[in-house]
Design a protein around this ligand. Sequence first.
Ligand code: SF4
Length: 669
Amino acid sequence: MRYAEIGYNLEVDLTLGSIERVETDPRDTELYLGGLGTNAKILWDRVPSEVEPFSPDNLLIFSAGLLCGTPATGCNRTIVSTISPQTELMAFSMMGGFWAPELKYAGYDKVIFRGKSPDLVYLWIHNDTVEIRDASHLKGKGATETAELIREELKEPKAQVAAIGLAGENRVYFASIEQGRSSASRLGIGAVMGDKGIKAIAVRGTKDINVARPAEFMELCNEVLEYIKFRNENPIPGVMTILQGLGSPQEMKVHDEKWHTENFMWGNARVRRKEFWNEEVAKAWMETLETMRTRLISCYNCPMTCGATITPPGLPTFMMKCFSKLTYTMAAFSDLEFGLGIAQSATEYGVDGFSTPQVMAFALELYENGILTDDDFPGMPSDNEGRFYWLLDRIVRREGIGDALANGTYWAAKQIGKGAEEYAHNTIKKHEQLPLKLSMLNPIYFLMYATGEKINITQIEGQFPQAPFPTMEEREAFVKDWFQVPDEKFKQILLDWEPRGEKSMPYYPTVQMCCDIVDWQEKMHYIDDALGMCAGLSSFPLKPPYHIHNYPKFISSGAGIEMDEDKLTQAIKRYRTLVRAINIRRGMRRKDEKPPEDHWKKRFPELEKELLDTYYKFKGWNNEGIPTKESLYELGLDYVFEDFDKRGIYSDNGAAPSKETLAEQEKEV
Ligand code: SF4
């Protein structure tokens, strides 16, 4: 018997119109867990590096995490993996909401799409009945509108529907997949879904899931719930509001936006507005929020209520997804009312809330600087907010200048030329980043930005405080009940970390300490993405309820795979290395691993080199960031070494300049 996981995937060939229910190998679960881990194994095995994102041979995998659908609180993530049109590297976006548990209850762990449908279709999964259905009547419909129409058509109000909007249909490189109050947004996975001709996947399941040792598992779940209650009643003192609790409360519950509005950049990641937040703004924004926020809501099996339904005047109600609340407001130098209103359109169109506002502000910056002219914006309104709505519409339709902009700032700048590349200044690995520009190099964040492969800083940071506490008293208070640390040494690092002087940034934490911290942070996110856990209860906050000490127990009693911390660490290392191997095989090298040039004003090239050298070594990668033969053999990834060797990938080793990535070779304009 299989526990926690179902043991069956759905394989859908859209070219042939065939659907198969395929049994999976339990040994893969032991080695790679589920979710991201087994997705990476499938992509490695079945999508060689020659396959382009919009090729029928590219796969699009929707996976429930290993523990999704069990009673583990907050375990509801769907991990969507494919090859990204934006970076041409592996994409592994994930979404919360309700879809993944429903898929498990229908009797499947993953849905794997290959091929392309000649007509727009949707997939309907209802326990053992699975059909590809015509979606021509849904063409051009919004993502949430589509979900509603499908539920009505199927007469299944409880069906969970993941859908794309117009942006996905038109292969916008930052198109998202929308579901419930969540969204898988990064790296253009919605564009791949549109390219394959899939408008939506609706699922309804009423079966059970087996848990290996139910009593033990429930005890662990109850401990987590009790701890959540404790943390909600005892916010962490001395850290910014959004880090005091769990989940993503800054989205809709917490109203104090001083930190975001004054620390993040406005426009196309250009200007910091240090004294923006005042009583007047706070009052006006509070009124907007109270008027438009109709209900606080949660994802499946979670008590946190960190999302909300929003009803902007004259527009349909929508569920606000994470991290979109302020991004449009700040890109347009506008107010919260505008931001919440345009987020409704953006959700229906299905676009990423980080990239889209930056792309639109970038276009207007090019216009203001004469690189784009009136001829590029025929009929654009003259008012600021109107321009953003107009641009959003052009982008998702790929009309006029919107066609280039739909490829994101990196590719659009290359296509537009005339110096536009200077303005595409906030990308890593060709994808827009958080609009942050800071002063002093932060060595921990340098490593995260440079080496992260999810291309989203919020999906790698967490666990360790972002800044030192000013007084020893505060530090001692923090470390006192910090049982989540994987090693006691982290407490000492924090105790010694000073805001100024010898033990301050950028030289403290030391290079080795930075490697340890980043590795811990990354490890937690990779566990979440395999188990399907919300980062808001595990990898992202300080002192979370899920951690390296209780996760092995959840896996053992839930999935029946005997696990301890060492075995879990080894499994994470294995699939984390596999993700890197996929990207290395697609051309990613050291030269791609750098934060935007102007991310920090004060840079330290020698220290940065040492950080990267040491971290690569620490991870078992060579100087080009390529996993070494020894580390691959140690992880049982011999097949990766053999493939690398055959392709001559190790000849990139050392000081030789690295080759252009495939994307650069083929897309240079
Ligand atoms: S903490 Fe928030 S985002 Fe995470 S599962 Fe719960 S409601 Fe969803």
